[in-house]
Design a protein around this ligand. Structure first.
Ligand code: ZN
Length: 250
């Protein structure tokens, strides 16, 4: 019999699961505020309507659930057969009727939540592989989903902003993104400083860095490539007339 509560007992993991479910509830709220006709409207992502965003978030839950099933059974089930299949699925999902699209989001979210709930402590360290080819423990699936639901709730473009995202999620996002830049060496000469917090990321050894400064939500919005509102760029004492685009993240 399935348990009615999470089997995971690690407090950090429980906190992570809470953050993922909160983000899912937030996405659901923003989605439910939209009329069926409004689903046809543009999202904040170039080339994607809101339908694409909803389809992507729904299929993403299914893909992450496959990883949790993999961790539970040891039977290898990848997120997607390939990137092409993933993209095809999103394009197809975007053509679903509004009710089917909403059901896709709801059912896939519940299914993933149940897979997490029923994963016992001993299986959370089991390794699975992401679509990018990274080998990660099953615990990572919680964070993978967390960042998807929070960021794409903003991408729906009906009023959510990065300021709605909890601070621990924003901080981890910034750590992730700047870590990816550092691994690729694309952060050369770029320093990111969060106002009101003792947080500095990026190329901390640079001699004459371009410093991007702003409140945490604004800096993360910039780092994810979603706008430059609320951030400034400076080199030495000079404020730059334009904030440079952030390096690619994913
Ligand atoms: Zn996504």
């Amino acid at each position: 019999m399935a348990a009615r509560y999470d089997l995971a007992t690690d407090p950090g993991l429980q906190e992570g699961l809470l953050q993922a479910r909160r983000g899912t509830a937030f996405f659901a709220r923003k989605l439910n505020e939209l009329t069926d006709a409004e689903l046809d409207g543009g999202s904040l992502l170039p080339g994607w309507t809101r339908r694409h965003v909803v389809a992507h978030v729904g299929y993403n839950a299914r893909a992450i659930a496959r990883l949790v099933e993999w961790a539970a059974t040891g039977v290898e089930t990848p997120m997607y057969p390939s990137l092409e299949v993933r993209d095809h699925e999103i394009d197809f999902g975007a053509t679903l009727s509004p009710i089917a699209l909403r059901n896709l989001f709801d059912h896939s979210a519940v299914h993933l939540s149940v897979e997490w709930r029923d994963l016992p402590d001993r299986d959370w360290a089991n390794e699975v592989k992401t679509i990018q080819g990274r080998t990660v423990p099953a615990t990572e699936t919680v964070w993978m989903r967390t960042r998807e639901v929070w960021i794409h709730a903003v991408d729906l473009g009906n009023g959510a902003s990065f300021a709605d995202i909890p601070e621990p999620v924003l901080e981890r996002l910034l750590r992730d993104i700047t870590g990816a830049w550092a691994a690729r060496g694309t952060d050369a000469g770029l320093l990111i400083s969060v106002t009101g917090a003792d947080l500095v990321f990026g190329d901390t050894g640079a001699a004459d860095p371009t410093v991007i400064t702003g409140p945490l939500p604004a800096v993360v919005e910039w780092a994810t490539g979603r706008g430059t509102g609320g951030v400034t760029a400076a080199r030495g004492a000079d404020v730059l007339p334009e904030v440079p685009a952030a390096p690619k993240w994913i």
